[in-house]
Design a protein around this ligand. Structure first.
Ligand SMILES: NC(=O)c1ccc[n+]([C@@H]2O[C@H](COP(=O)([O-])OP(=O)(O)OC[C@H]3O[C@@H](n4cnc5c(N)ncnc54)[C@H](O)[C@@H]3O)[C@@H](O)[C@H]2O)c1
Length: 715
């Protein structure tokens, strides 16, 4: 035994070969945290001193190699400022440089995920062998950061500028084929053959048959490239990468710049450039917020897993009622995740539409090479279209997704309840109708809850699981477990009009309608809100949702919260809807929609909507960006605060994740509660007060005012 630490150990195995095995205690994965980093420092000292070592093999005892840095450690380190971040990076940079400088060859066997710092460790080795089932990558840009442990330096020198830029800017995971093609790994082997294969490579390197010193020189020297060529690659990449990431996500361009600046330097100086760039990014609110979201995502994932553990059974057969847009999407998603599903409608036309929707999605996957035709066929056979309740006695869970009408839904739910067995869980995908109202006619209301998917089902990650007054834990648990199986992010909320996501969306729309009433231009508002980070502005979003749907849902919200959500004037969506403009679905809303060459609807400006709105709104007036943002975001944020105070949602983290996953709230802002925290609660309360004259949607709650007075924050 050369070294035995808490996260790794090194043993001599044969012929002077030392075997370093990573194995963090009590964890299902290896993470590059302070513990592992400390162990590595000591292990390297032991290796440097060990007399008889001729080569080093690194492996992992877990099913993954190293999943990356421990992101939980980032928040506290970043909060201590630049020197602390720099220090945090230095420890592993020193480790990896020492690893690279060992007086004998090093080989790593990548058996599973090697991401971020995990891959950076591998890059410091001389040779990399990868399992055919492993994935590697440098995902730091997804956290608003760049690789900080030599990733920008070593990957660009080893695999070339283009690969380094692509891998680091996208942050994407790479499979073995790609890794081999790009020269990031030296060989791909089956999981069974990996250890022996890596050992073989090491022996050949020890025997002088593989030039490990040349490899080291390449990684430690300035980048080898023709200056003009390099300049062009970096310059065009900055433009391309910048345009793709957008102005709110500076990390990818910073990575390109760091590689460009470091290109002329040897290892240590290039690493200093990398460290400076990382430190600078770590101080941005984008990185802070993205890291915060990562932590919240882990939190909601854990909560969903806990619910799943409480489930008495996993859903192995499901059913959906209504084969419309949502029913078809739910059937596709269930079948894709290997859960057979019955899809019932009242007419054949509906069923044909639902099946056509699923086929369209699958065909796209086949055409893009992501799926084989045989897989597509297997998935389609898992959808069982039906006009009757035959076989419903065998399903574990039913999602009702028929038309949005309380009476129809109540009657459909009562019917299906009499067809299923007593333990089956019933869910409704209603967007607006109270779960308690829908439960009224049921014999077993404890077995009923909301399961609110978002459109399009396959693409939107969120599922709100809505707990009615009588819903049992068991119903919630089985529904969350099903959402997990479908690959969705489940967030459990309490029943109220609009539930969580729509309840906070409609105050935002109300703020938008008031701005239009007061003379703002909806196209300007869309531009401002898109620049602020929303994937689409409110006018465009209303068109996508459907103005008929929006008007209907607004009426439900007004009924639920008459004091602050009743219309006191005729809002723009109503005016357009009454004129027959339904939004994207009939190509006429705030905008007109025209198909492009590929048949995709594109929005174009039209005088028609302006003419319709004109008699109902004030003369055109300019508003500052700041005012537009405040008038839309304050009502949304205050409604979310109310939801939290009323325990509709249990934590700020879940509330923020729900908006990111359900509405596409700009991730770099970290969610609404982080947005409030960042301004400071007192400043936010003052901002709301400035607009209080617009109505009670802008009125802070007493609890919020108290928190602000006490200098508290939500996180
Ligand atoms: N479309 C969205 O964006 C969206 C998003 C979230 C939730 N929802 C909710 O999902 C539900 C369905 O919405 P949709 O957009 O898919 O509607 P849709 O009109 O596209 O589909 C409804 C389907 O239900 C069928 N149907 C009607 N009565 C039925 C019955 N008694 N038994 C079986 N099938 C019946 C209809 O034939 C139709 O095929 C609604 O409650 C809606 O509020 C919709």
């Amino acid at each position: 035994m050369i070294f035995s630490g808490s996260a790794l150990r090194i043993e001599m195995v044969e012929d002077g070969i030392a075997h370093l095995q990573l194995d963090m205690p009590g964890e299902s994965v290896n993470k590059l945290n302070l513990q592992l980093s400390g162990d590595l420092t000591q292990a390297l000292t032991a290796l440097e001193k060990a007399p008889a070592v001729r080569g080093l093999l690194i492996t992992s005892a877990k099913s993954v190699f190293i999943v990356g840095a421990d992101v939980m450690e980032f928040g506290p380190v970043f909060a201590q400022g630049e020197a602390a971040v720099s220090h945090h990076l230095q420890a592993n940079n020193l480790n990896f440089n020492r690893l690279e400088d060992l007086p004998f060859p090093t080989v790593v066997a990548i058996n599973g995920y090697a991401l971020g710092g995990g891959l950076e460790l591998c890059l410091a080795c001389d040779f990399r062998l990868m399992s055919s089932t492993a994935k590697i990558g440098l995902p730091e840009s997804k956290l608003g950061l760049i690789p900080g442990w030599g990733g920008t330096v070593r990957l660009s020198r080893l695999a070339g500028i283009d690969t380094a830029i692509e891998w680091i800017a996208s942050g994407a995971e790479q499979g073995p084929e790609q890794a081999l093609k790009c020269g990031v790994v030296d060989g791909v082997l089956s999981p069974e053959a990996l250890f022996a294969g890596a050992m073989e490579v090491l022996k050949r390197a020890i025997a002088g048959k593989l030039p490990f010193e040349e490899r080291r020189l390449q990684k430690k020297s300035p980048l080898r490239h023709n200056d003009m060529e390099g300049l062009l690659a970096f310059e065009s990449a900055k433009m391309f990468v910048g345009a793709q990431a957008g102005r709110n996500y500076p990390a990818p361009v910073t990575a390109v710049k760091a590689m460009q600046e470091g290109a002329k330097f040897g290892r240590e100086e290039a690493q200093q450039v990398e460290t400076r760039s990382f430190v600078q990014l770590a101080q941005t609110s984008a990185a802070r917020n993205l890291v915060g979201l990562f932590v919240s995502d882990q939190f909601i994932g854990k909560k969903a897993k806990q619910w799943e553990k409480q489930a008495d059974k996993i859903v192995s057969r499901a059913a959906v009622l209504g084969a419309g847009i949502m029913g078809g999407g739910i059937a596709y998603q269930s079948a894709s995740k290997a859960v057979p599903i019955k899809m019932k409608d009242i007419n054949q036309k509906g069923i044909d539409q639902g099946l056509a929707e699923a086929s369209k999605l699958l065909t796209k996957r086949v055409e893009s090479g992501k799926m084989k035709v045989t897989e597509m066929a297997a998935i389609l056979t898992r959808i069982e279209p039906t006009l009757s309740y035959d076989g419903f006695g065998e399903v574990d869970l039913v999602v009702e997704a028929v038309v949005e009408n309380a009476k129809v839904k109540q009657s459909v739910l009562a019917d299906v309840e009499s067809e299923v067995c007593s333990g089956t869980i019933l869910c409704s995908n209603t967007s607006t109708i109270s779960i308690d109202v829908l439960a009224e006619g049921l014999q077993r209301p404890e077995n009923f809850c909301g399961m609110h998917f978002f459109n399009p089902v396959h693409a939107m990650p969120l599922v709100e699981v809505i707990r009615g007054t009588k819903t049992s834990d068991l119903a919630v648990a089985r529904t969350v477990a099903y959402a997990n199986t479908l690959g969705k992010k489940a967030i459990v909320v309490r029943n109220c009009p609009g539930f969580l996501v729509n309840r906070v969306l409609f105050p935002y729309f109300a703020g938008f309608s008031m701005l239009l009433r007061d003379g703002a231009d909806f196209q300007q508002i869309d531009k401002v809100m898109e620049r602020w980070g929303w994937p689409m502005g409110p006018a465009y979003l209303l068109d996508v949702v459907g103005l008929d749907t929006a008007v209907h849902a607004q009426a439900v919200m007004a009924q639920g919260y008459p004091d602050r959500m009743s219309n006191t004037f005729k809002p723009a969506p109503d005016i357009l809807f009454e004129a027959g403009r339904l939004g994207q679905k009939n190509n006429q809303g705030f905008y007109n929609y025209e198909s492009d060459k590929k048949g995709k609807p594109g929005k174009v400006s039209t005088p028609d909507s302006y003419q319709l709105l004109q008699p109902h709104v004030a003369a055109k007036k300019d508003f500052t960006d700041e005012e537009i943002i405040a008038r839309l975001m304050v009502p949304m944020a205050l409604e979310l605060v109310r939801c939290y105070e009323e325990s509709i949602v249990a934590t700020p983290a879940e509330a923020d994740m729900a908006l990111v996953y359900g509405l596409g709230f700009p991730p770099f802002r970290g969610g609404v509660f982080r947005w409030i925290d960042e301004q400071g609660l007192a400043n936010f309360v003052a901002l709301a007060k400035r607009f209080e004259g617009l109505g009670s949607l802008y009125r802070s709650t007493p609890a919020l005012q108290q928190l602000a007075a006490d200098g508290k924050s939500y996180y």
